[in-house]
Design a protein around this ligand. Structure first.
Ligand code: AMP
Ligand code: GLY
Length: 426
C-alpha cells in the first residue's frame, strides 16, 4: 500500500514509525512531516488546506490510504473532500469531527443521549453567560466553543477568574472559536485519556493513557498540549473501561449515527473518573499528542491492518493486542513554551539517547545547515517501555541525560501518580 500521512508532530512520527513496520506498506509519504518522520517517509510539501491539491497528489502517487494526524484538517472537512475523489481516508467526516470542533455540539449530544458529563450552559452573549456564572458560583469552567489549540479552557477557581475569562472570549481572544462559550460544572477526580478505533458502527477500545497538561513539575503553571504521558492508565480498570464503553462511547456511536454523522476514525475521550464513575470532559477526533507515542510503543498488532479495518467498516471482526509493558514519554520543549518558544537552537546526542532502546520521536525539529535544530514548542518526545511505569520512567529519563540541548526543558515527574501507586501498592 502507498500511504500518505498528514501532520508534523511527535504523534505523526510515532504513527509513521508504526506504519513503516507494517508488511502491507509499499511506500509512505508524509506532508509536511519532520526530520524524524523523514527516516521512514518521503516528505512532500502540500498545501493541506487546499484539499484538491492533496487529492491530485494522491491520484498521481496512487495513494491507497490517507491518515490524517491533526484535528484542523478534519474539522475543515478534508476526509469528505478526499472521499469525494474516491480516496480512502482514515479520519472522521466534517460532521463527525464536530465532536472536537464544537464543544457545544458535544455537550448537546451528551444531553440528548444521556451521556454522563459536567452540567453546562451554552451562550452566545456575554450578559447571559455572566448571569449563569454568577448563579452557579465558583469553581466553574469556561470554554471557548471552537478549536483553540488547547488554550480555550479556563478553570475559574474564583468567580473573578471565570468572569474575566468570559470577557476575554467575547473580546475575541480566541477569534471565532470564542464567539460562543460553554460554561460547565467543575468536576473532581482523576483524569484519563481513553481511545477507541471506530468504523461508524463499531467502537473498539484502543488503549488508555494519562497526560500531564501543566507545564511545571507537580502539575503547576499554565496548560500545554501535554508535557508527557504514560500508558496504560491505572484508573482505567477493566470495570471502568466497561462502564466507559457502555455509558459514554456506545451511546455516542449510536447518537452520531442517529444524527446522520456516524463516527469513523479515532475517538479520544478525555475522562474524569469521579466518585460516581466516568464522566466525559471532552472528545477529540484524532490521536492524542503525546498519548499516541506511548500507545504506539505498546501496540503489538499491525497498525495498517487496523486502520484499514476502520476505513472498511470491519472492526466488528477485529481485536487488538497490547504489550504488558508500560510506556512513558517525556516531552522536551523549547524555552518559552507554552508561550512563544525560542527556535533554531542546535540539538545533539540523539543517537546516544536512543542507544539504550528509547525511541526519540521528533515533535518540532528541523534541519538547518546539516544540524538538527528546535523548530517548535514541543520539540522531542523521549519514549521508553518497562515492566512498570517506574521502569519506563527511569529509562526515558536516562535517555534524556544524553541529549545535549541547553535551550530545552522538560518536567522531571512524568508518571508520578502511577509510580507512587506502584510504590505504595494502592
Ligand atoms: P480540555 O481542553 O477540554 O481538555 O480541558 C483542558 C483541561 O481542563 C482538562 O484536561 C481538565 O484538566 C480541565 N477541565 C476541563 N473541563 C473540566 C471540568 N468540567 N472540570 C474540571 N476540570 C476540567
Ligand atoms: N495531549 C492532549 C491532546 O492531544 O489533546
Amino acid at each position: 500500500m502507498n500511504v500518505l500521512l498528514l501532520g508534523s508532530g511527535g504523534r505523526e512520527h510515532a504513527l509513521a514509525w508504526k506504519i513503516a513496520a507494517s508488511p502491507l506498506l509499499t511506500k509512505l509519504y508524509a506532508s509536511p512531516g519532520n526530520p524524524g518522520i523523514g527516516r521512514f517517509a518521503e516528505l512532500v510539501k502540500l498545501d493541506i488546506a487546499d484539499h484538491s491539491t492533496v487529492a491530485a497528489f494522491c491520484q498521481e502517487k496512487k495513494i491507497d490510504l490517507v491518515v490524517v494526524g491533526p484535528e484542523g484538517p478534519l474539522v475543515a472537512g478534508i476526509a469528505d473532500d478526499l472521499r469525494a475523489w474516491g480516496i480512502r481516508v482514515f479520519g472522521p467526516s466534517k460532521a463527525a469531527a464536530r465532536l472536537e470542533g464544537s464543544k457545544g455540539f458535544t455537550k448537546d449530544l451528551c444531553a440528548k443521549f444521556n451521556i454522563p458529563t459536567a452540567a453546562y450552559g451554552r451562550f452566545g452573549d456575554l450578559a447571559a453567560a455572566k448571569a449563569y456564572v454568577e448563579k452557579m458560583g465558583a469553581p466553574i469552567v469556561i470554554k471557548a466553543d471552537g478549536l483553540a489549540a488547547g488554550k480555550g479552557v479556563t478553570i475559574g477557581m474564583k468567580l473573578e477568574e471565570a468572569l474575566a475569562a468570559l470577557d476575554a472570549c467575547f473580546d475575541g481572544a480566541f477569534g471565532s472559536a470564542g464567539a460562543e462559550v460553554v460554561v460547565e460544572e467543575y468536576l473532581t477526580g482523576e483524569e484519563a485519556s481513553f481511545f477507541c478505533l471506530c468504523d461508524g458502527a463499531t467502537a473498539l477500545p484502543f488503549g488508555t493513557a494519562q497526560d500531564h497538561k501543566r507545564v511545571g513539575d507537580g502539575d503547576t503553571g499554565p496548560n500545554t498540549g501535554g508535557m508527557g504521558a504514560y500508558s496504560p492508565a491505572p484508573v482505567m480498570t477493566p470495570e471502568m473501561t466497561e462502564r466507559t464503553m457502555r455509558e459514554i462511547i456506545e451511546p455516542t456511536m449510536r447518537g452520531m449515527a442517529n444524527l446522520g454523522a456516524p463516527f469513523a476514525g479515532i475517538l479520544f475521550a478525555g475522562l474524569m473518573i469521579t466518585d460516581q464513575g466516568p464522566k466525559l470532559i471532552e472528545y477529540n477526533t484524532r490521536f492524542g499528542d503525546p498519548e499516541c507515542q506511548v500507545l504506539m510503543m505498546r501496540l503489538k498488532d499491525d497498525l495498517l491492518v487496523l486502520l484499514n479495518a476502520a476505513v472498511d467498516g470491519q472492526l466488528a471482526h477485529m481485536s487488538v493486542r497490547w504489550s504488558d509493558d508500560a510506556a512513558l514519554t517525556v516531552v522536551m520543549a523549547a524555552r518559552g513554551y507554552p508561550g512563544t518558544p525560542e527556535k533554531g537552537s542546535v540539538i545533539r546526542g540523539l543517537d546516544e539517547a536512543a542507544s539504550d532502546g528509547a525511541e526519540i520521536f521528533h515533535a518540532g525539529t528541523a534541519i538547518n545547515g546539516g544540524a538538527l535544530v528546535a523548530n517548535g514548542g514541543r520539540v522531542l518526545n523521549v519514549t521508553a517501555t518497562g515492566a512498570t511505569v517506574g521502569e519506563a520512567q527511569k529509562k526515558a529519563y536516562g535517555a534524556t541525560d544524553h541529549i545535549d540541548w541547553p535551550q530545552g526543558f522538560f518536567r522531571r515527574d512524568i508518571g508520578w501518580r502511577a509510580v507512587e501507586r506502584e510504590q505504595t501498592g494502592k
